[in-house]
Design a protein around this ligand. Sequence first.
Ligand SMILES: [Zn+2]
Length: 307
Amino acid sequence: MKLINTRCHVCENINFNYLFSTRDYRFNLSNNKFDLYSCKNCNLIKSFPEFNDEEISHYYPKINYYKNSIEKYLKYSGKYNKKFDNYLKIIRKLKDNKNLKILDYGCGDMSLVKYFLNKNKNIFGFEVNDSISKIDGFQKYKEKIFFDFKNIHQSKLKFDIVILNHVFEHISDPNIFIKNIKNIMSEESFIILEIPNSNCLQIKIFKEYAIHLDQPRHRYLYNRDNITKFFLRNKFKKIHINDGFNKFFDYPLSIFKSFKNYIKYSNQNIFYKILISILLPIIFLVYSFKKNSHQSIGAIFSLNNYE
Ligand SMILES: [Zn+2]
């Protein structure tokens, strides 16, 4: 299998290697097969076939893509959210200014918008999925939410912080995205980004059964090097990179979900499956503590020469 007419948006290379095929093991919304290819030069992973926005919308669950059962309670319980609090701490460190304008690009169910408003932050949200207007209490936040990028432009708002919390991997044309986002960022501004990690141990061991491949919704999967390269190419500066801003509690059960899919669906030899099962506690420990084997990458990029 070959990818034709595809240019890597990170390194401009046109040669891609076929990696493996997978299915929607996260939501099981279809039985369709999706092929993953990796750029021969920078290892950016690309999902195929490519869908337009309308087509891909059918691959999102109707009710709520943003939360799932147990993780929902770990992440969103009560008034305290560790990850959002970590974002607040970072923002305070980056820019100590009460009037900062913050944009949560891809704000989903508005959890972050609500949290930051409670902390008296001037935050706005952008979301392509307008079904969030049916969420209870939406009217209260209506003024703060954009559904059309053009409206942000027309508002003349310039943001000091743009948060992309597991959003960038869904974007179909990152080059156009970066051009547009720069237009609405203030002179000394920052992007706080979180994405899945293509170097994750889950993908190395469980391959197509790794839950955060999240096909076909994740159009691209990045590693630390190629995501950095992409932002540097677009005149950003790397300030910080880590294994996610809430490493241990963001998706704590994902490795077990990947393991469950692997045991259930893989055609691997039973002895190999037993071996993996026995080794699972060790795999979990390595996954938890070894740098750059985790599911997520967190990064901060600045648009100026911030020191
Ligand atoms: Zn590339």
